[in-house]
Design a protein around this ligand. Structure first.
Ligand code: ADP
Ligand SMILES: O=c1ccn([C@@H]2O[C@H](COP(=O)(O)O)[C@@H](O)[C@H]2O)c(=O)[nH]1
Length: 204
């Protein structure tokens, strides 16, 4: 079995995970979600105070060598041990998850369309689009509730790193997308079209 790979990119808090969760529940056993964020470079050698100031929005923040190696293994029907990232401590957790190949692999992350080597092994590329003010509002709520951040740190990181890196690296990858989903997870019709496309891929 050679798996099909679908990439879901888009700005931070655009609704990627919300859409992916919906699709995951729909396809259950035929689909695996491989978060690109799990492949952020591990920084266990750097103290927390320094880790929290690193730039996590530039392409170099990811270990794409490991990501592509694991993705190719899964695509060709082999198993992997996927790392698990912990945003609260800004590094990988000490856990991994053992993953068996599935017919569909959904890869998801802000910069998952950036690297040509990832695009070359991807079957369908999707970009989730959402207004930047809406994304900032959602990021404030999410990161203060779920990622142990203060309001001050979310705003500082947004102005110094998230917004400029989004404009420089994330937004330009929209041109590679086969499907653009405007208004993020609110766009139920767009999500239905993506689900229909995945159903067609499963029949091939
Ligand atoms: N359409 C929506 N309406 C309201 N809140 C939303 C909507 N889509 C996403 N959210 C919330 O916004 C936050 C960011 O969404 P998420 O799916 O995690 O984005 P991403 O994975 O792109 O960073 C989450 O807390 C999520 O529950
Ligand atoms: O240690 C970290 C790693 C990442 N981030 C931020 O996460 C977002 C990407 O996740 P989304 O779910 O797509 O929002 C990225 O913008 C990084 O800034 C972090 O803060 N700390």
């Amino acid at each position: 079995m050679e798996s099909k790979i679908i990439a879901i990119a888009g700005g931070s808090a655009s609704g990627k995970s919300t859409i992916v969760d919906y699709i995951k529940n729909y396809f259950a056993d035929d689909l695996f979600v491989m978060g690109h964020d799990n492949y952020y470079k591990a920084h266990n050698d750097i103290p927390f105070e320094k880790r929290e100031k690193l730039n996590y929005d530039e392409p170099n923040a990811f270990d794409n060598e490991m990501f592509i190696r694991d993705l190719k293994r899964l695509k060709s029907g082999k198993e992997i041990d996927m790392p698990i990232y912990d945003y609260n401590i800004h590094t990988r957790s000490d856990k991994t998850v053992h993953v068996s190949p599935k017919k569909i692999i959904l890869i998801e992350g802000i910069l998952v369309l950036y690297d040509k080597m990832i695009r070359d092994i991807t079957d369908t590329m999707v970009f989730v689009d959402a207004d930047s003010d809406v994304r900032l509002q959602r990021r404030i709520l999410r990161d203060t509730k779920e990622r142990s951040r203060s309001l001050d740190s979310v705003l500082t990181q947004y102005i110094k790193q998230v917004k400029p890196m989004h404009e420089k690296y994330v937004e330009p990858t929209k041109k590679y997308a086969d499907i653009i989903i405007p208004r993020g997870a609110k766009n139920t019709r767009g999500i239905e079209i993506l689900i229909k496309h995945i159903e067609d891929l499963l029949k091939e």
